[in-house]
Design a binder for this molecule. Structure first.
Ligand SMILES: N[C@@H](CCC(=O)N[C@@H](CS)C(=O)NCC(=O)O)C(=O)O
Length: 276
């Protein structure tokens, strides 16, 4: 990781287990951008995110020249740090670039919110699972120099969580009808990716890793729980219904693809293949 702790020239404001934050983190790590992650719990993130110069959502990348406050813009920002032939977006002929941009935008618009709503719908009722997701996320980042909020602990979480949960349910319309609609969107995106991978291609567009692959893998990750995710969910502690859904998705070509990208690409710097 290039999450280099205090003194780093860039700061990434996150909710650590947020998949849009993981999307940004992956691009920065890959490009070798030195940053410090500033992780917050949902709800507690809003003020720091606004103060950092962003909107209310995370991720926000704080640079000396100002804030970059959307994950797609952070991918584009990271691209400036890598040779154009290894960029996530550019360096491709026109038709491929259009394809990459269209897929990335679709995953952002449809897959991200659908995964989040389905995962939260099943996980939010289970306070213990949510505590283990959140404390596990802070623990994973501590190794990289990111400190959890000083007040965070089981007792404070018990008081905080029911309030945060009520606000999250309302803000993101996390209810049975919403989860069913989102399940349909999730299915449509997975079907489209399964279909694209049918010819055995290694990546979604062309013959190398792009913003389409990174975005699909990062945004699907909460429902795949791949090994080597820097902020992994504690699979065994998740509600049974969620574990079953994860196992079913992992068994699909698109799910296997996410696991492979985490294995082969997540900890690789942009550049030619090792030894190549
Ligand atoms: N389009 C934004 C979406 C980011 C997003 O939805 N972030 C969520 C976390 S997964 C968030 O900050 N939600 C809290 C809120 O809306 O206040 C991006 O790509 O950065």
């Amino acid at each position: 990781m290039s999450n280099t702790g205090a003194g780093a020239p860039f700061r990434l404001v996150t909710i650590p287990f947020s998949h849009y934050c993981e999307k940004a983190r992956w691009a920065l790590d890959r490009a070798g951008v030195p940053y410090r992650e500033d992780p917050y719990l949902p709800l507690a993130h809003a003020l720091p995110s606004l103060r950092a110069g962003g909107r209310r959502t995370v991720p926000v990348l704080v640079t000396r020249a100002g804030a970059v406050s959307d994950s797609t813009d952070i991918l584009r920002y990271a691209d400036a740090f890598v040779p154009s032939e290894h960029a996530l977006f550019s360096g491709e002929p026109g038709a491929r670039r259009d394809d990459i941009e269209a897929l990335e935008a679709r995953f952002d618009r449809e897959l991200g919110p659908a995964v989040r709503r389905v995962a939260y719908f099943h996980a939010l009722p289970d306070e213990e699972a949510m505590f283990s997701v959140m404390s596990g996320a802070f623990r994973a980042l501590e190794g990289a120099g990111a400190a959890p909020p000083s007040w965070f602990g089981r007792g404070a979480f018990r008081a905080y969580f029911p309030v945060a949960r009520a606000v999250m349910r309302r803000a993101m319309r996390i209810d049975a009808a919403g989860a069913e609609r989102s399940g349909g969107k999730l299915r449509a995106v997975f079907d489209a990716v399964n279909e694209r991978l049918r010819d055995g291609r290694p990546f979604l567009v062309g013959d190398r890793f792009s913003a389409a692959d990174l975005t699909f893998a990062a945004l699907a990750a909460p429902l795949i729980v791949p090994e080597r995710h820097p902020v992994p969910f504690p699979f065994a502690g998740l509600p049974a219904v969620l574990r079953e859904l994860i196992e079913a998705l992992r068994a699909e070509p698109a799910g296997a693809f996410v696991q492979r990208l985490y294995r082969e690409q997540r900890h690789r710097k942009a550049g030619p293949p090792a030894g190549g």
